[in-house]
Design a protein around this ligand. Structure first.
Ligand code: ADP
Length: 253
């Protein structure tokens, strides 16, 4: 519990920092991106003869690398600002199934072409939490699940959302997919910030680390099981509303 309190304080500090720094970075970044676009446009105006030169190609290469870098920074700042925004919201009683339904509807465009979605809702206990944060967690897990499944096999693949109460009385929410799975050597790293196996520009590697942080801050946890080639299951646990950990946690904020 002590560890969780320290973690919560750390995250509050990160949130404050992220919103401030995010704002400061956004303006110069917009300037950098618009200048890169301007220079690209100007290059397009050069004559055919110059286009064939090696020097022209080097400039073009440098420009496209700079754009990829700038786009990556833009996404990271956007993720950090989302994190900061969620931290300002108070926690309250959460309707897990309603929240899962909203997350499923939001991810529908990504899920539908790749898998059939199965809702296997049980009777989890009532939980208290931050709805924005939890919604981000579920949405992120669903989008990751969709991205793990190759396009075109929607009838052979499944994304399943399960809820139940465990032996300790905690709420358990599982998001499982029949996607590519996670190789054992990657497994210890997936919750680390900036760890990603996705192409540059597609993943920031911040998603799971933000999920982990949000859940820890609510007294919950996240675990993973995966079998390469068969699929992955993420298991989220949350303490029941009014449990001692949750109460102690609340009074410390
Ligand atoms: P990102 O999605 O931006 O890469 P995440 O922190 O969400 O960042 O995920 C980190 C890595 O964990 C992903 O790049 C991927 O390799 C792996 N991963 C996460 N979810 C899944 C999943 N459902 N199936 C397979 N691999 C996954």
């Amino acid at each position: 519990t002590r560890e969780r309190l320290v973690q919560a304080e750390k995250m509050a500090a990160v949130g404050t920092l992220a919103s401030g720094v995010g704002h400061e970075i956004n303006n110069p970044l917009a300037f950098i991106i618009s200048n890169l676009n301007y220079v690209t446009g100007e290059l397009g105006e050069l004559t055919k003869r110059e286009e064939e030169s090696e020097r022209w190609q080097e400039v073009e290469q440098a420009l496209s690398e700079a754009k990829v870098g700038a786009e990556r920074v833009r996404r990271i700042v956007a993720d950090l600002r989302t994190l900061a925004r969620a931290q300002r919201e108070p926690s309250k009683e959460v309707d897990l199934h309603a929240l899962l339904d909203v997350s499923l509807a939001t991810a529908d465009g990504k899920l539908r072409p790749r898998a059939r979605v199965v809702k296997d809702y049980g009777t989890p206990p009532t939980v208290r939490g931050n709805e924005t944060r939890l919604g981000q967690v579920f949405l992120h897990l669903l989008v990751n699940a969709a991205q793990a499944i190759p396009e075109g096999g929607a009838d052979q693949n499944e994304v399943r959302v399960t809820t139940r109460r465990d032996e300790r009385g905690h709420a358990v929410i599982e998001v499982s997919d029949t996607g590519v799975g996670i190789p054992p050597e990657a497994l210890p790293h997936i919750f680390e910030p900036f760890f990603t196996t996705k192409p540059v520009g597609e993943g920031t590697g911040l998603g799971l680390s933000i999920c982990h942080t949000h859940l820890q801050a609510m007294g919950g946890d996240i675990r993973v099981r995966s079998e390469p080639g068969r699929g992955t299951t993420f298991e989220v646990t949350l303490p029941p509303f009014g449990s001692s950990l949750e109460e102690r946690f609340k009074s410390s904020r």
